[in-house]
Design a protein around this ligand. Structure first.
Ligand code: PAF
Length: 250
């Protein structure tokens, strides 16, 4: 497996690759949810590239950025064992020579749900993802349905900007309890870990979004939003200082 810290060396290597290129952008702290994205790419593409970059421009909260878990050594070992061709590890200076003066902004969906409580979050996501697409030049890109709003916005950007890329949605991977896998789950204490699966259970079983919100609040979640949109029930809720998101089909 090739590991690139240097953007020019990575671009040079990329130009030498033939066949269908699959790309999985990540922020590291990889778990089974990421491995499902990577495995889907390995099954479909000739070459699979993974990037690991904790993108500061998508964090509206400095503490959340500072607390973001890092397990680079384990991540690289796991990706190598899976058969990934290359890992790209850029840094801020490399990816943002403009220091984020240029941004990709979506003006409707990005303002709702997670965007309403995390101002600028999706500008950061869309901007870094477009930069990574332009550097990796993938044919297929793999995104998890867990971040349904993010995935929909990236699909919209691909369409709006005529990017020659296919986005492949990958279903959410869950623990047996129903809890959607997330790097942030590591920060739940044992009591919160017991409660966290209720988020999925309530979203699935409540008769409407309002009832779900009420039940979650009664259970002790600090609910950010629960809303039905596009045949999905989307939610974000805090347990202590950990923000969980999930969605189910409705
Ligand atoms: O979903 C994530 O991990 C991030 O938002 C992404 C897509 C890697 C962009 O930084």
């Amino acid at each position: 497996m090739m590991v690139f810290n240097d953007i020019n060396e990575f671009k040079q290597w990329r130009l030498e690759q033939m066949g269908l290129i699959g790309f999985v952008p990540t922020m590291g702290a990889l778990h089974k949810g990421h491995f499902e994205l990577v495995q889907t790419s390995l099954n479909e593409a000739d070459i699979t590239i993974v990037s690991i970059f904790v993108n500061p421009t998508q964090f509206d909260n400095k503490e959340d950025l500072a607390n973001y878990p890092n397990s680079l050594g384990d991540d690289l070992n796991a990706l190598e064992d899976m058969g990934v061709s290359a890992v790209f590890l850029p840094n801020y200076e490399m990816l943002y020579p403009d220091d984020f003066k240029y941004k990709v902004t979506e003006t409707e969906l990005s303002q709702k749900f997670c965007g309403a409580s995390r101002p600028g979050h999706f500008d950061g996501v869309l901007t870094v993802v477009l930069k990574l697409f332009n550097i990796c030049i993938p044919h297929n890109v793999y995104f998890g349905e867990k971040d349904f709003q993010q995935m929909t916005l990236i699909e919209g950007m691909i369409e709006a900007l005529f990017l020659p890329i296919t986005l492949v949605p990958v279903p959410t991977v869950r623990e047996e309890s129903g809890l959607a896998l997330s790097s942030r789950n590591q920060r739940l204490n044992s009591e919160q870990k017991q409660l966290a699966p209720k988020l999925n259970e309530v979203l699935k079983n409540a008769s409407d979004a309002e009832q779900a919100q009420q039940q979650l609040t009664e259970l002790g979640f600090n609910v950010d939003y629960v809303e039905d949109w596009n045949h999905r029930r989307l939610a974000a809720a805090w347990l202590g200082d950990v923000r969980l998101i999930d969605n189910v089909e409705v």
